[in-house]
Ligand binder design. Structure first.
Ligand code: NAD
Ligand code: TYD
Length: 352
């Protein structure tokens, strides 16, 4: 039996957070999971319907920037560990509104760190502040090479700049106050419950609805894709066995040029919809490139494999097939979240 813990997971109603909450609530019945989320457009309690009545689960609607409320949650629930995922997470939105990214990602992280420091005082026994970050802090690669844990930070978008800043604050709290911390930097995730503003769910949704597929630039940018369940398995391993003060890169050695990935998606969605192979390729629409568009991301996850034995469980084609089937079987979920405010975002963003 694992040690009892009261774990604050922030951003648990979002894409990755909901997978993590589900994993921890089901796998560790003697952990109390407190999910703190303010429920922005990206947060959706529907994502957690299957576990919301479990005894070891509590949801608290709270802005991580509201430091007095955050402090009270630490006190009321005797929080001994934090896994921090709450963030503004979409690059395109950060280009339109960098301030909200600085507010949530930087000030929100700082307010959690400060609340943890004050509540834990100087007794850090069995305490942990785990910060979930992104490979985008490392900037952009050329044709060769990988991001390792030693790669210098070089963020380009307001999103990655705010995540880089939050990582620095976490390290500053470790170095200055002795806070027990760990950070992981993961590559692009895909899977169920991802908000359809990110490439994969957006394009699945558009293929289903015969809408144009807005490919930025020439579609030659490269991303390194990891199934979300593999990401949360890695978080589980790092949370339990990671060394304090360390950083772990998470990735599946799975690089795809956007246009190749899009053609794969089209093939898989068309197959499941019973359309003739390639039918939806006509939806591909090249549009103006994203400002400051990072050319290539690629993670070297050797440290995580060698030190903690984590490896991805799925081949990409399998993961994509499973993901496409999930969205096709959850068109209600897609319809619910793509109504209202989302429609306005989409029209303003793409003009298509
Ligand atoms: P998401 O946008 O799907 O979810 C973010 C969640 O945070 C939402 O539930 C939202 O309501 C909540 N939130 C936002 N602002 C908040 C605030 N002020 N107070 C409380 N809650 C707030 O994001 P995601 O894709 O699940 O990403 C989760 C984390 O993982 C982020 O920190 C992100 O930087 C990191 N990450 C994401 C990816 C990816 O591919 N999606 C890859 C690597 C790292
Ligand atoms: P995205 O899912 O936004 O993740 P990130 O920018 O954090 O890597 O985008 C993945 C890639 O797909 C990225 O190179 C931008 C590109 N892209 C498009 O070509 N069109 C789109 O409409 C979107 C949302 C992304």
């Amino acid at each position: 039996m694992t040690l009892k813990k009261n774990i604050l997971i922030t951003g648990g109603a979002g894409f990755i957070g909901s997978h993590l909450v589900r994993l921890f609530v089901n796998k560790y019945p003697n952990y109390q999971i407190i999910n703190m989320d303010v429920l922005t457009y990206a947060g959706n309690l529907e994502n957690l319907k299957d576990i919301e009545d479990k005894e070891n689960y509590t949801f608290i609607k709270c802005d991580i920037c509201d430091i007095e409320k955050v402090k009270k949650v630490f006190l009321d629930y005797k929080i001994d560990s934090v896994i921090h995922l709450a963030a503004e997470s979409h690059v395109d939105r950060s280009i339109e509104d960098p301030f909200s990214f600085a507010q949530t990602n930087v000030m929100g992280t700082l307010s959690l760190l400060q609340a943890a420091k004050e509540y834990w005082d100087t007794d850090f026994t069995n305490k942990l502040f785990y910060h979930v970050s992104t490979d985008e802090v490392y900037g952009s690669l050329g044709q060769e090479g990988f991001f390792t844990e030693e790669t210098a930070y070089d963020p380009h978008s307001p999103y990655s700049a705010s995540k880089a800043s939050s990582d620095h604050f976490v390290r500053a709290f470790a170095d200055t106050y002795g806070m027990p911390t760990v950070i992981s930097n993961c590559s692009n995730n895909y899977g169920s419950y991802q908000f359809p503003e990110k490439l994969i769910p957006l394009f699945i949704n558009n293929i289903i609805n015969n809408k144009p597929l807005p490919v930025y630039g020439k579609g030659e940018n490269v991303r390194d894709w990891l199934f979300v369940n593999d990401h949360v398995r890695a978080i589980d391993v790092i949370f339990h066995d990671g060394k304090l003060g360390e950083t772990y890169n998470i990735g599946g050695f799975n690089e795809w040029k956007n246009i190749d990935l899009i053609k794969l998606l089209i093939r898989v969605v068309d197959k499941h919809l019973g359309r003739v192979r390639g039918t939806s390729e006509k939806l591909i629409t090249f549009v103006a490139d994203r400002a400051g568009h990072d050319v290539r991301y690629a993670i070297d996850a050797t440290k995580l494999k060698d030190e903690l034995g984590w490896e991805p469980s799925l081949q990409f084609e399998e993961g994509i097939d499973e993901t496409v089937k999930w969205y096709l079987n959850h068109t209600d979920w897609l319809q619910n979240i793509t109504s209202g405010a989302y429609t306005k975002y989409y029209e303003d963003m793409y003009n298509l």
